[in-house]
Design a protein around this ligand. Structure first.
Ligand SMILES: [Zn+2]
Ligand SMILES: [Zn+2]
Length: 340
């Protein structure tokens, strides 16, 4: 997946095209300063959320039920929101669902704080076009950390321009809901609303199940830290691992023209997105596990929906012959470390 992308310094879709130019954007214009401010505040948000994570491991806040809460939260917001909604459905049109379900997947993705759907999809399509080459927004070929998260808080003027969106996401630009989320960073307000709602549920449950106020408050704090903060950071990093680790370490089933790898650990953590060499070989395929043991729980979920008539047009695995049969050589600059 990439992509994993990620939380973003997403900008509103400009209402008027900015001039395309090969020259660096001026740094002193109001627009350039606004971009810098957005990047700064987004970086500040990423750092702040990360700094809250250690609080979940204090004696007052650590709870064993936090682990299953994390696993369930990852499936809902990471697998259904990012893997299925942002990535396979919006980016690659790998399956269709009833409209309410499609909206739900998108909202789950928004709640993962990885940027607006339009920004995410635009970024990921650019990644597929230039994978591990000039123009790839987040290739880890030279630096792991750049591919993992540094690129997120580094201003990239391409995704500030209307013509970039018109070129890479023309099929989604007409969707009013997606445009609404993107303009003025409203997706962040939705994310904030879900934080307030989940926190209220935690404290509400605390006061419902515990007689003592102190116990109820403790439960609310624990819920907030594990169901919101730790889960958000967890989903961020496993998503980013697809861009970083799964472009450096793992085995290759196909001779794609990039450094993509099948990484079993990333696949396990992300419920299927780590079979990334498979994905680059057949980007539209809904299933990313191509061998019987390459488990893809996200696709298993889609198959279940398909069986009850809630998913259709599920794209099959079709790998071009020259990729399927070519030598699976390493791309210069990437490392070949078989891991499974
Ligand atoms: Zn993809
Ligand atoms: Zn990739």
């Amino acid at each position: 997946m990439s992509t994993v992308p990620v939380p973003s310094a997403s900008a509103p879709v400009p209402t008027t095209p900015e001039p395309s130019t090969a020259l660096p954007a001026p740094t002193s214009t109001p627009a350039a300063r606004a971009r810098k401010r957005r990047v700064f505040w987004f970086l500040a948000a990423i750092v702040t959320v990360h700094l809250l994570v250690p609080l979940a491991f204090l004696p007052y806040t650590f709870v064993w039920w936090g682990i299953p809460a994390l696993i369930i939260g990852n499936f809902v917001f990471g697998s259904l929101g990012i893997n299925l909604g942002y990535h396979r459905m919006l980016t690659h049109s790998a399956a269709k669902f009833p409209k309410p379900l499609e909206r739900l997947w998108v909202l789950f993705g928004v709640c993962s704080m990885e940027g607006s759907p339009l920004w995410w999809v635009c970024t990921h399509r650019i990644h597929h076009q230039h994978s591990d080459d000039e123009g790839d927004p987040h290739s880890p070929k030279d630096h792991f950390y750049w591919g993992h998260m540094e690129w997120i808080y580094t201003a990239d003027d391409r995704r500030q321009k209307l013509d970039t969106y018109a070129r890479y996401v023309p099929d989604l630009m007409g969707d009013k809901f997606l445009r609404w989320l993107h303009r003025g960073e409203k997706w962040l307000l939705v994310w904030l609303a879900h934080v307030v709602l989940l926190t209220a549920i935690g404290f509400g449950a605390g006061f419902l199940f515990f007689d003592a106020t102190a116990d109820a408050v403790q439960f609310g704090v624990q819920w907030f830290l594990w169901a919101v903060i730790v889960r958000t950071v967890y989903v961020w990093h496993i998503t980013w691992l697809v861009n970083s680790a799964a472009h450096r370490w793992g085995y290759r089933n196909y001779s794609t023209n990039d450094g993509s790898r099948n990484n079993w650990l990333v696949a396990l953590l992300t419920n299927g997105e780590g079979w990334h060499n498979n994905h680059h070989a057949a980007p539209r395929a809904c299933s990313q596990g191509h061998r019987w043991w390459e488990v893809d729980l996200t696709f298993t979920f889609v198959r279940g929906l398909q069986l009850v008539g809630l998913a259709w047009n599920v794209a099959p695995v079709k790998v071009p012959k020259h990729i399927a049969t070519g030598a699976k050589e390493s791309v210069p600059g990437t490392e070949e470390v078989p891991n499974g």
